[in-house]
Ligand binder design. Structure first.
Ligand code: ACO
Length: 324
């Protein structure tokens, strides 16, 4: 028998304010047609004034706990993936812990931008299979609206706010591919690309928060290659193939990147979970938001194989194969 990290439930939260492409076109020189054609995005949610990453994370966590039928006190590990914390410190995870009324266990943030959720899930898996912790709350939560340059049409049309959470529990498995739980995770980084997607501020450089800057075409150029490679690695490690995947839940950056990656790996388009149209790119929140959406509408079911992947600033990228 081996320890497996089994997903017990998931939940999400989206701010009520929806910002459409048409509204954006009234603010910057863009159009609904351009945004839809290049990205697939039509709407994104924007946090209310004063609404923070930790507040959204807590709501997503409460929904995940409810779905899993668990109490906050059952959690002994909280990992929040975010590039937009409420404060430079303490971590958003400790604020979530306090918000849920938990006073035991460990809590920390993971920073891998859009790959943050895959990094956080992989980290939680390693804690759980080591035996050090029993039940983890893994959250992706972002308020990218606060780090966007709203005068820069090349970036401000792409992102949105939101939070998603999953609860992962250590259980005994047979050590076979039929086990429920995380079957593989693969993480990568290549810091030579830091200047292609970054925020031009921070505590030790400018002592300001800064704004997101991106060479979109360059990011696109690397994305499909890196993502296909990291998924191939997951298939090689596990022996699973594209045909074994029931649902492909990629980071929701751009419809074209998602479709090109699925095509390259021969993944049936009918198996792709796509939320980018209504959420935009919510960075670390995008995968758990998509998971939660597809569980809530009945697509993802217990026992099915779910493939996740993401790439983000750094560059960082990664994949996770899970039997739900
Ligand atoms: N509205 C209208 N025109 C625009 C806009 C806009 N919002 N933004 C840029 N343009 C113009 C440009 O100025 C340019 O005009 P020019 O030809 O007169 O110079 C023209 O459109 C083409 O610009 P490109 O940047 O070449 O457009 P491209 O087809 O590459 O699409 C995009 C841009 C959508 C950003 C694309 O490069 C992309 O999706 N890249 C991936 C970036 C991404 O997804 N990043 C997310 C974070 S990383 C991640 O999550 C994977």
């Amino acid at each position: 028998m081996v320890r497996r990290s089994v997903i017990m439930g998931c939940g999400h939260y989206l701010p009520s304010r929806v910002l459409s492409n048409q509204e954006l076109a009234a603010q910057v020189d863009t159009s609904d047609e351009w945004i839809v054609e290049r990205t697939g995005i039509r709407n994104r949610h924007i946090a209310a004034e004063g609404e923070t990453t930790s507040q959204m994370a807590i709501k997503a966590a409460q929904n995940a706990l409810k779905q899993a039928g668990l109490e906050a006190q059952d959690i002994d590990l909280i990992i929040v993936a975010t590039a937009t914390p409420d404060y430079t410190f303490p971590s958003t995870a400790t604020q979530v812990q306090a918000g849920l009324g938990i006073t035991h266990g460990a809590a920390f943030d993971v920073q891998a931008v859009c790959s943050g959720f895959v990094y956080a899930l992989s980290t939680a898996d390693k804690f759980l299979i080591s035996g050090s912790h029993q039940r983890a709350l893994v959250i992706g939560a972002e308020t990218f609206s606060r780090i966007l340059d709203w005068n820069d049409r090349t970036t401000c049309v792409l992102f949105g706010d939101g939070a998603g959470a999953v609860i992962v529990e250590a259980q005994q498995g047979a050590g076979q591919l039929q086990d429920r739980g995380v079957l593989s995770t693969h993480l990568r980084a290549d810091g030579r690309h830091v200047d292609k997607l970054y925020v031009d501020g921070g505590p030790s450089s400018t002592a300001t928060t800064g704004h997101l800057r991106m060479e979109g075409r360059e990011v696109f150029r690397y994305a499909v290659t890196y993502l296909a490679e990291i998924i191939e690695e997951a298939f090689t490690t596990t022996g699973l193939t594209a045909d074994d995947v029931d649902w492909f839940v990629p980071h929701q950056a751009n419809r074209r990147i998602i479709e090109a990656t699925a095509r390259k790996l021969s993944i049936d388009p009918a198996k792709v979970v796509m939320t980018v149209e209504n959420h935009g790119n919510t960075s670390a929140a995008s995968i758990p938001l998509a998971l939660s959406t597809a569980v809530a509408d009945g697509r993802i079911k217990k026992g099915q194989v779910v493939l996740m992947e993401a790439m983000g600033g750094g560059f960082t990228w990664g994949s996770a194969l899970v039997r739900w």
